[in-house]
Design a protein around this ligand. Structure first.
Ligand code: PLP
Length: 384
């Protein structure tokens, strides 16, 4: 099997699993308990917090553990919106965000907030002058993703942060797809809030971090006990937190060398696709991208059919268009980049990872050549 869907999820690193097992077996205490079982669990959580702070270059008290990247995004948006309600009700985001941000923004609109959805250019990049022009006296939050999950295109977050901090507006970035893939440490992006998720960096599912820079105005969304500095109530998922810390250490340590390896493999993939298949387009190719992601449109056929055909060959990829029976709309990301519905519908995303080798790329390209040729033949017969 060839797995090229690492932006959906990654396998758990064996060292992360080994770190977790004691907390699933014998050390099952509640970190809030005052006795030795509790103390042991509490120490594990606080050691993990320190370790992650070291990995992402921030202070331990700036780490808030959440149950998912989705929850971290929700806490950032809803938490800041609520905390700053008396100061304003305008939020700025982009048209290409993950649904964790987009649908949360829509919900906030229904609660009385105004949201501006900035466009992107054909390369998938937000324009700084458009961002600057969108800021108003009642703007309380800007939320712009770091790397896009479908195309891998990276936004200039440091420049965006310089702008928002000059204007005194809180900045959140969803770094779920960039954390551990780029050498930049989330705590050094200049954003006030940064989300990232365990299962995208070879850690466990169901655990994530919201980095909250000290003194950022934010209210809790999940209320209850005083966990996570009063920002996220609920008994901590100790084993997952420990696993995330281990996975993050490894991911950031190897991000530079692994990034170079993956970039070379991705370039090989794209070179071969472009040279051996006609009427293809690499989406976001001219922009800076995370090194593992390739989004390709194949004219005249449906991405969904390619995904299914490759699955039969033992190759796992995904549609760039997120087009499925539940969501028949073409990708909002590709449409925002100016693709027409047919081009967007004909796209697939291949996201490489640590197990990907050159022979996997070569095999995938040869399977793609056959698949695309066959599907185009069928579709031209159908259209006659
Ligand atoms: N943000 C981005 C950019 C993502 O790609 C994802 C997951 O695909 C999420 C947020 C949600 O993360 P989680 O799966 O941990 O809820």
């Amino acid at each position: 099997m060839i797995y090229l869907d690492h932006n959906a999820t990654t396998p758990l690193h064996p060292r992360a699993l080994a770190a977790m097992l004691p907390y699933l077996r014998e050390r099952w205490g509640n970190p809030s308990s005052p006795h030795r079982f509790g103390n042991e669990a509490k120490a594990a959580v606080e050691n993990a917090r320190e370790s992650i702070a070291g990995s992402i270059h921030c202070k331990p008290n700036e780490i808030v553990f959440c149950s998912s990247g989705t929850e971290a995004d929700n806490l950032a948006l809803r938490g800041v919106a609520r905390a700053l309600r008396s100061r304003g009700n305008h939020i700025v985001t982009t048209a290409i965000e993950h649904h964790a941000v987009l649908n949360t923004s829509k919900t906030l609109e229904s609660e009385g907030y105004r949201v501006t959805y900035l466009p992107v250019n054909r390369d998938g990049i937000v324009q700084l002058d458009a961002l600057e022009a969108s800021l108003e006296s009642d703007t309380i939050l800007v939320t712009i993703m770091h790397a896009n999950n479908e195309t891998g295109v990276v936004q200039p977050i440091e420049e965006i942060a310089a702008l928002t901090s000059r204007q005194g507006v809180v900045l959140h970035t969803d770094a779920v797809q960039s954390a551990g893939k780029l050498p930049q440490r989330p705590g050094e992006l200049g954003a006030d809030l940064v989300s990232f998720s365990g299962h995208k960096l070879y850690g466990p599912k169901g655990i994530a971090v919201l980095y909250v820079r000290e003194d950022t105005p934010i209210s809790p969304v999940i209320t209850g006990g005083e966990h996570e500095h009063g920002l996220r109530a609920g008994t901590e998922n100790v084993a997952a937190i420990v696993g995330l810390a281990e996975a993050a250490t490894i991911a950031f340590e190897m991000s530079e060398t692994e990034g170079q390896r993956l970039r070379a493999l991705r370039d090989r993939l794209e070179r071969q696709v472009v040279s051996s298949i006609e009427r293809v387009k690499i989406n976001g190719a001219r922009a800076e991208r995370v090194p593992n992601t390739s989004n390709v449109s194949f004219y005249g056929i449906d991405g969904e059919s390619i995904v299914l055909a490759l699955d039969v060959c033992g190759i796992c990829v995904s549609t760039g268009s997120a087009c499925s029976t539940e969501n028949p709309e073409p990708s909002h990301v590709l449409i925002a980049m100016g693709l027409d519905a047919q081009e967007a519908q004909g796209s697939i995303r291949m996201s490489l990872g640590r197990e990907t080798r050159e022979q996997d790329i070569d095999f995938t390209v040869s399977a793609l050549v056959d698949t695309v040729e066959r599907l185009r033949r069928i579709s031209s017969v159908r259209n006659e």
